[in-house]
Ligand binder design. Structure first.
Ligand code: GUN
Ligand code: FE
Length: 455
């Protein structure tokens, strides 16, 4: 499929504009303007539908989709460590603090080498697009040049992206071979990346955005956290960090600052609309309230949490509190570049939290009291419109004023893994099969802002 800016698309598919609400599009007419923004969405029963269809046919602007294909909003991956892609599927058997020092910091330090960075970042961005991720929130490394290269690659390949130069200056927790030389270096480097992104000649529309990225409290000095909080107020940029991920990470902040991760980030001015806290597994109800009041969001990383967190994020409680939540792969803490895997792990982990896991306990007392599972509809919402709301960006749903960021799922792809049965499957049962059984081979096309980035 080709570019769709300036076209009217006749499409069937699904979106989940609100949590708990899946809307089926059946022969909908989606008009996309020249800048790739959805101008209108008409359903067959709407007034003006027949005339709009006829007009699009007459002017040659009608685009149609192949049979057995379904249009979905593109996925938002709210937590990706871009430099960790080369270790995807490795080193999942050590605790977080050992994993960082033994595997992850040595790998990230390699990005001083731009040739290595080019190979790795090019592969990652291509793979994420092929998996249907139209917006990614990236941690890069401490390096200015390699982080700029990631920005360039996202602009060139057409992915919507938010990119952060990682700030980590604490000599007690970061090795000498991989850290910012001082708090000022961390802050100035962040500022330099922000300028680079804002002034990039190919970024006039702001499709790539800079993100203030203190890695997590343990890796930063108070001076760096304070300076980055001040910078966030000044520039209004997005912020991302890890929050209360594991017993160790959570306990470290309690010990160093005497308060929770959430409270401490808040004191530094780092909790704002557009702040994304990765993991947040150990947050309390009071922390949730702080996150809600500040209009910040959580990136729920269900796959990674199974390997590194030692706990399951209390997703239902956070949603009921009104906390904004999106989903993240946490590459390479999570060994998958697919948001389908993120959705499936979200459903599975929520079910294990509800039922409990210890067969020695009676079923009635096995689960976490008061929690209920999420289903494929909620997971799909979180991976799309929920992620858009978390970032405050008009993406993730097919509504006027939103960017046309979308994927086409071919349910009949020869190497695909979905099998629909006319006698059995209809309505959102088809979406259910897509969420639970689709793979990369089923993704036939991907658009960002109306531009075909995978055709
Ligand atoms: N905490 C600090 N750095 C990291 C990281 O790279 N991955 C994960 N999962 N947690 C972290
Ligand atoms: Fe992470």
């Amino acid at each position: 499929m080709s570019d769709l800016s300036g076209k009217t698309l006749l499409a069937s598919g699904f979106h989940a504009p609100e949590r708990g609400l899946v809307e089926e599009l059946l022969h909908a007419l989606i008009a996309i303007d020249q800048s790739g923004i959805i101008a209108s969405v008409l359903h067959p029963h709407d007034a003006g539908y027949d005339e709009a269809l006829e007009a699009a046919r007459r002017t040659g602007s009608l685009a149609t989709l192949p049979a057995q294909s379904y249009l979905l909003p593109g996925f938002l991956d709210l937590h990706v460590h871009a430099p960790q892609y080369p270790q995807l599927g490795r080193a999942l058997d050590v605790p977080l603090e050992a994993w960082l020092h033994k595997h992850t910091f040595p790998l990230e330090a390699r990005y001083a080498d731009l040739a290595f960075a080019r190979r790795s970042y090019g592969l990652l961005v291509d793979d994420l697009i092929a998996n249907g991720t139209t917006t990614a929130l990236y941690f890069a490394t401490i390096h200015q040049d390699a982080t700029r290269l990631l920005v360039d690659i996202c602009l060139e390949r057409g992915q919507r992206a938010l990119v952060g130069k990682v700030a980590m200056d604490n000599p007690d927790e970061c090795p000498a071979y991989y850290r910012d030389s001082s708090a000022d270096a961390a802050i100035d480097g962040t500022r330099a990346l922000i300028d680079y992104v804002h002034r990039h000649p190919d970024n006039a529309t702001g499709r790539v955005k800079p993100v203030i990225t203190p890695r997590f409290i343990p890796s930063c000095t108070d001076a760096a956290l304070e300076g980055l909080g001040t910078l966030a107020q000044e520039c209004g940029c997005h912020v991302q960090t890890h929050c209360s991920e594991s017993d160790w990470a959570h306990g470290y902040v309690l010990q160093r600052h005497g308060i929770s991760d959430t409270s401490s980030l808040d004191r530094f001015g780092l909790l704002r609309a557009g702040s994304v806290l990765a993991h947040a597994n150990f947050i309390t109800l009071a922390d949730m309230e702080t996150i809600r009041v500040r209009k910040a969001a959580v990136a729920h990383c269900a796959v990674s949490n199974a390997y590194f967190a030692g706990a399951v994020f209390p997703l239902r409680a956070a949603l009921e509190k009104g906390v904004k939540v999106g989903l993240g792969t946490d590459i390479s803490g999570g060994p998958s570049a697919s948001m389908f895997d993120a959705m499936r792990a979200t459903v599975m982990s929520s079910r294990m939290l509800e039922t409990g896991t210890d067969p020695a306990l009676a079923a009635e007392t096995r689960g976490t009291a008061g929690t209920t599972r999420v289903d494929f509809r909620e997971a799909f919402h979180l991976a799309t419109a929920g992620g858009g709301a978390a970032l405050g960006l008009p993406v993730g749903r097919f509504s006027p004023g939103y960017h046309f960021d979308a994927i086409l799922v071919d349910t009949a792809a020869p190497r695909g893994t979905i099998h629909l049965w006319d006698e059995l499957d209809d309505g959102d049962g088809i979406l259910q099969k897509i969420v639970y059984s689709a793979s990369r081979a089923n993704i036939a096309s991907v658009w960002v802002g109306g531009r075909a980035v995978l055709a």
